[in-house]
Design a protein around this ligand. Structure first.
Ligand code: HEC
Length: 152
């Protein structure tokens, strides 16, 4: 009889050990260092925004970036204003703070890009609406945000 009792006690101890083991596993999956990585990423993206140059009110840094692509691509702006937007014989410098047909505000730049310049003040020929292309309203706002940022 004593043997049976002993075996029973051993089994009880084994169950207790197993339960403890399970408890340990429950504690293991709490390595907390992961969240610490998130705060260190936030300042980096904030620095990216300020490093990307000025952004007009009502636009975003992404729009300025997209506008640069439109300027040098589908908008054909570079053909007359130059790849660096500093002007050619066909179109004026857009990087200085001197404006012929706008007051330099974001809204007025959107307007001049949308409507073009039928009667140029200095250039030998006109600018067609949207540079003569079919860029969308969103692309006009983006390229205008890019042009705005150039002179800031
Ligand atoms: C066919 C050549 C041509 C193309 C293409 C062209 N422009 Fe122009 N742009 C001009 C001319 C010409 C003027 C007016 C210059 C003047 O008044 O003497 C002008 C004026 C402007 C102005 C006003 C500048 C000021 O000083 O008042 C902006 C802004 C502008 N263009 C942006 C753009 C953008 C953005 C694009 C592309 C979507 C573009 N242009 C495409 C020729 C062009």
């Amino acid at each position: 009889m004593r043997r049976f009792i002993t075996v029973g006690s051993a089994a009880a101890i084994a169950v207790a050990i197993t339960a403890c083991g399970g408890g340990d596993e429950g504690g293991t999956p709490s390595p907390a260092p992961a969240p610490a990585a998130a705060p260190s990423a936030a300042p980096a993206s904030a620095g990216g925004n300020t490093g990307g140059g000025a952004v007009p009110e009502g636009a975003t840094a992404e729009m300025v970036d997209q506008g640069q692509v439109v300027f040098a691509g589908s908008g054909l702006c570079y053909v007359c204003h130059g790849a660096a937007a500093d002007g050619t014989q066909l179109g004026p410098d857009l990087t200085d703070s001197e404006w012929l047909n706008t007051d330099g505000s974001y809204e007025s730049i959107i307007a001049v890009v949308t409507d073009g310049v039928p009667e140029p003040k200095a250039a030998p020929g006109p600018m067609m609406p949207r540079g003569g292309t079919t860029i969308s309203d969103d692309e006009v706002r983006a390229v205008a945000a890019y042009v705005w940022s150039l002179s800031r």
